[in-house]
Design a protein around this ligand. Structure first.
Ligand code: 9D3
Length: 229
């Protein structure tokens, strides 16, 4: 890949992105030119007197629906060329997982549309070729937090973003089950002892213990990861 991975975010709440993109790993990735995130205020593409971006649903029902025109305009106003993948963060989308994250990390340019209210006019998915993506089966207030989760997950796979000490290892989530438990000093804390084997220096036994403890944890917390195979 030549140049940074570019991500354009289209949102009614650009402020939500400020500190998450400034802090920590994401802040550093952007500072170092590995990641180029551009947050766009959807409101600037609303042209009526009241800067309207939503309206009542055709067919009736509760809540409001995001109008298509400002979203189409915001996407069409993006300067630049080349392959871009347009994603609509939506509770009705394909579930984000590490496989999709890996796929997205191969793209040079992502456009993320953050929905609010009850939803987004379906013509955004149809007419802009936007793929719908959800981060899981729970109710949030909009696509902003999901967009940040997606950006952080993708950025970790950009070469150079994650340093050596914060391993990109095969643990939790290459799909083989959960990571093993971790311990650090002190070896006894409030009566709770670190498993003796971890203090033994016997690396073969440590590896065995970790594999068994990880399998145990997976069985308890995420049996679905074992069924799935
Ligand atoms: C309670 C409202 N729901 C009625 C069936 C639908 C609904 C509409 C809009 C639920 C949530 C939202 C706002 N959420 C998102 O835009 C969203 C989201 C989410 O809520 N959970 C997980 N992933 C995502 S991505 C976007």
């Amino acid at each position: 890949m030549t140049g940074p991975v570019r991500v354009d975010v289209i949102t009614l709440f650009p402020g939500i992105f400020e500190s998450p993109l400034r802090e920590s790993l994401l802040g550093r990735a952007i500072e170092r030119g590995l990641l180029d995130v551009r947050v766009r205020d959807l409101r600037t593409h609303a042209h009526d007197r009241h800067r309207t971006t939503d309206d009542a649903p055709f067919g009736g029902g509760p809540g409001m629906v995001m109008k298509p025109e400002p979203i189409f305009e915001a996407v069409e106003a993006l300067e630049g060329d080349g392959r871009r993948r347009v994603i609509l963060l939506s509770p009705a989308g394909r579930r984000l997982d590490q496989r999709l994250v890996r796929e997205l990390a191969e793209e040079p340019w992502l456009v993320l549309i953050c929905g609010r209210y009850e939803g987004v006019d379906e013509r955004v998915a149809d007419g802009l070729g936007a793929e719908e993506v959800s981060i899981g089966d729970f109710v949030l207030s909009g696509g902003e937090i999901p967009a940040l989760a997606l950006i952080e997950a993708v950025s970790r796979l950009i070469p150079g973003v994650v340093g050596n000490e914060e391993s990109l290892g095969p643990e939790s989530f290459s799909g083989d089950g959960l990571d093993h438990p971790h311990y650090t000093r002190p070896s006894e804390f409030r009566g709770m002892r670190v498993p003796e084997v971890l203090l033994s220096g016997d690396h073969a036994r440590i590896a065995e213990w970790r594999a068994a403890a990880a399998a145990d944890k997976t069985r308890r917390n995420r049996p679905d990861l074992l069924d799935e195979r």
